[in-house]
Design a binder for this molecule. Structure first.
Ligand code: ZN
Length: 78
C-alpha cells in the first residue's frame, strides 16, 4: 500500500508499486584496478585462483537522479 506520486491516490493493500524515472544524468566512472574475479580455466587451481583479479576500465554512462513511486496507470511501458 502506497500513495502514487503522480495521481496522489492511495493504492489498495498488495498493489504493486512501479518506479518511473523522471531525471537522469551523464556520469563518468573511474578506472579501478584489480576488482573483478577471473576464474582459472584449470579447475584444479580454483582455490588459488580466487585471488586473480582483472581491472575495471571505468567509462561513461547515465545514472538516475530522480524517480517516482507510481501506480500501474503511470508505470513505464516495458
Ligand atoms: Zn497513480
Amino acid at each position: 500500500m502506497f500513495k502514487c506520486q503522480v495521481c496522489k491516490v492511495q493504492t489498495l493493500p498488495g498493489a504493486r508499486a512501479h518506479r518511473r524515472i523522471v531525471e537522469t544524468r551523464e556520469t563518468e566512472y573511474p578506472t579501478r584496478a584489480r576488482v573483478h574475479f577471473v576464474p582459472d580455466p584449470d579447475r584444479k587451481k580454483q582455490k588459488r585462483s580466487r585471488r586473480k583479479k582483472a581491472d575495471d576500465p571505468g567509462g561513461r554512462g547515465r545514472e538516475i537522479v530522480r524517480e517516482l513511486l507510481v501506480c500501474a496507470d503511470y508505470a513505464p511501458a516495458s
